[in-house]
Design a protein around this ligand. Sequence first.
Ligand SMILES: NC(=O)c1ccc[n+]([C@@H]2O[C@H](COP(=O)([O-])OP(=O)(O)OC[C@H]3O[C@@H](n4cnc5c(N)ncnc54)[C@H](OP(=O)(O)O)[C@@H]3O)[C@@H](O)[C@H]2O)c1
Length: 239
Amino acid sequence: MSQNVLVTGAGKGVGLGFNLVKRYLELGDTVVATIRRRSEDLEQLKEQYGDRLIVLTMDIGVTASVETAARELEQKLDHLDLVINNAVSVSPDCDKGFFDADLDLIAHTVDVIAVGSMRVVKAFYGLLMKSGGTALVINISSEAGSISRCYRTNLLDYGMAKAAMNMATMNLANTFKEDGKINIFCVHPGWIRTDGRADNPAPLSSYEAACILQELFEKRREDREGHRFITNENEDYPF
Ligand SMILES: NC(=O)c1ccc[n+]([C@@H]2O[C@H](COP(=O)([O-])OP(=O)(O)OC[C@H]3O[C@@H](n4cnc5c(N)ncnc54)[C@H](OP(=O)(O)O)[C@@H]3O)[C@@H](O)[C@H]2O)c1
C-alpha cells in the first residue's frame, strides 16, 4: 500500500536523502522532500513524478521554519506514515582533534542534528498521528554516535550530535509507547558514497543504500520491543 513519506535534507542528487526520495517515488509513494535551497535534482524528479513529489523549504535549525513547513504541508496532505530525519550539518573543524577544534562550533552541529530532528518530529507529530497504521520515525544516525564503540579522536561535534540524537530516539520511544501509534528507530545507514567521488572507497552508492534502508524500515515498522539503534544490515548496534 502506498504511503506518505517525508525526508529532510533531500536536495543533493548524490546524497542519501535525495535517493531515499527517489526510491519511495519509484515505489508509488507520495514523498515530501525538504530543502534549504533550490535543488535542480529535485526539479527533475518533479517533472517525472508531478504531484507525488512535494518540495518544502525548511531549515531544521530554526523552529519557526520547521513549524511553518508543517503548517504548509497540512494544507496539502492529511497524514504522514514515515518521517526520515536525514539532514546533517557538521562544523568546518569536524576532522580536527580536541586541541585544534574550535569548541564553540559544536553547539550548532548538535542543534541541527539532534535538536533539529526533534523539531521535525514535534512539528509533524499531528500528521504522523493521523496515519492509518503504525507511523514510523527514522533518525539517520551513525556508528560515530555510539558512545560504547567510540574509537575516534576526531568527529567530536558529529559524534556528540549523533549520540544526542540516539538519546532523543530512546526518550521518544518511551514517550510514544503510551499511545502505541508511532514507532521510532535510529539507524546507522552504512558506509555510503554520498559525496559522489569516484575514488570514495565506501561500498554503497546512495541509491543502493536507499533501497536497502527502505526494506529495512518496513521490516522494523511494527517492532516495538527490539533494540532502538540498528544498522542497515538489520543488526543491533550498541548505544
Ligand atoms: N555517508 C556515509 O557513509 C554516512 C555514514 C553514516 C551516517 N551517515 C548519515 O547519512 C545521512 C546522509 O548523509 P549525506 O552525506 O547524504 O548528507 P549531506 O548530503 O551532507 O547532508 C544532507 C542534507 O542536509 C541538509 N542540511 C544541512 N543543514 C541543514 C539544516 N539546518 N536544515 C535542513 N537541512 C540541512 C543539506 O542541505 P543544504 O544543501 O541546504 O546544505 C544536505 O542536503 C546523514 O544524516 C549522515 O550523518 C552517512
